[in-house]
Design a protein around this ligand. Structure first.
Ligand code: 13P
Length: 250
């Protein structure tokens, strides 16, 4: 019913040579007839070089961010049409690192989601609570606020992907227990159903991110509402990323 999606977020890693050689290793190592979609999100400056390696392969090119305005006097920004021109299919939006280090709030995340959809990109919108919020018992409230800011009255919500990335699990080696992640994913689907209808919610991919590794991927991906993974560190190594991809079972 839902085609799982596994995306490698390369963050601010891998320059030209390393990015191309990782892309090459993935293209060579990926099994044919995968039961899932796969994508990689390199740094902006190497998107084009990675695109040429991925050409003809089943791996989708993704961007890590975009500006909410398509073009104009915005020094340093990259708008959706520029990403589409390079062949990007997905764009990560509202990653907690953008929220934390670049001051992005729910309003900016929403504008970026709209810009992505307007431009023909599928946004992968990230939500997730911090450790303090989880310890205070506020995880569900925080995630509900973030999800509602994204989906309320949104045109094109059927093309949206949501990634639940608890901030305390990102880059820490502390992964959410599959049943805890499942509970949050089910809650997210319910919120989407309330705002966009049950059939859109049923069809929406909700990815888990935060210390996904080959060892914990099978347990997470077995959960009914976990439709794939957004992988950071483990996506920088071809063997471990391929192992995560191949952990997806039809
Ligand atoms: P890690 O897999 O390194 O924890 O990063 C997760 C992430 O932020 C993916 O977007």
């Amino acid at each position: 019913m839902r085609t799982p999606l596994v995306v490698g977020n390369w963050k601010l890693h891998l320059g030209l040579k390393d990015a191309q050689s990782l892309a090459r290793a993935l293209v060579q190592g990926i099994e044919p007839d995968l039961p899932c979609e796969v994508g990689v999100a390199p740094v902006f400056t190497v998107l084009q070089a990675v695109a040429s390696v991925l050409e003809g392969s089943p791996i989708a090119l993704c961007a890590q961010d975009l500006h909410w305005v398509d073009k104009g006097p915005y020094t340093g920004a990259v708008g959706a049409p520029f990403l589409v021109e390079l062949g990007c299919r997905y764009v990560i939006v509202g990653h907690s690192e953008r929220r934390q280090h670049f001051g992005e709030n729910d309003r900016i995340v929403r504008l970026k989601v709209e810009a992505a959809l307007r431009g023909g990109l599928a946004p992968i919108a990230c939500v997730g609570e911090s450790l303090t919020e989880r310890e205070r018992g506020e995880a569900f409230v925080v995630v509900r606020r973030q999800v509602e800011a994204i989906v309320e009255g949104l045109d094109g919500v059927e093309r949206l992907v949501i990634a639940y990335e608890p901030v305390w699990a990102i880059g820490t080696g502390k992964v959410a227990e599959p049943q805890d992640a499942q509970a949050m994913h089910a809650a997210i689907r319910e919120i989407v159903a309330r705002h966009a209808g049950q059939s859109i919610a049923n069809a929406m991919r909700i990815l888990y991110g935060g210390s996904v590794k080959p060892e914990n991927a099978p347990g997470l991906l077995r959960e009914p509402d976990i439709d794939g993974a957004l992988v950071g560190g483990a996506s920088l190594d071809a063997r471990s990323f391929l192992a995560i991809i191949h952990a997806v079972r039809p």
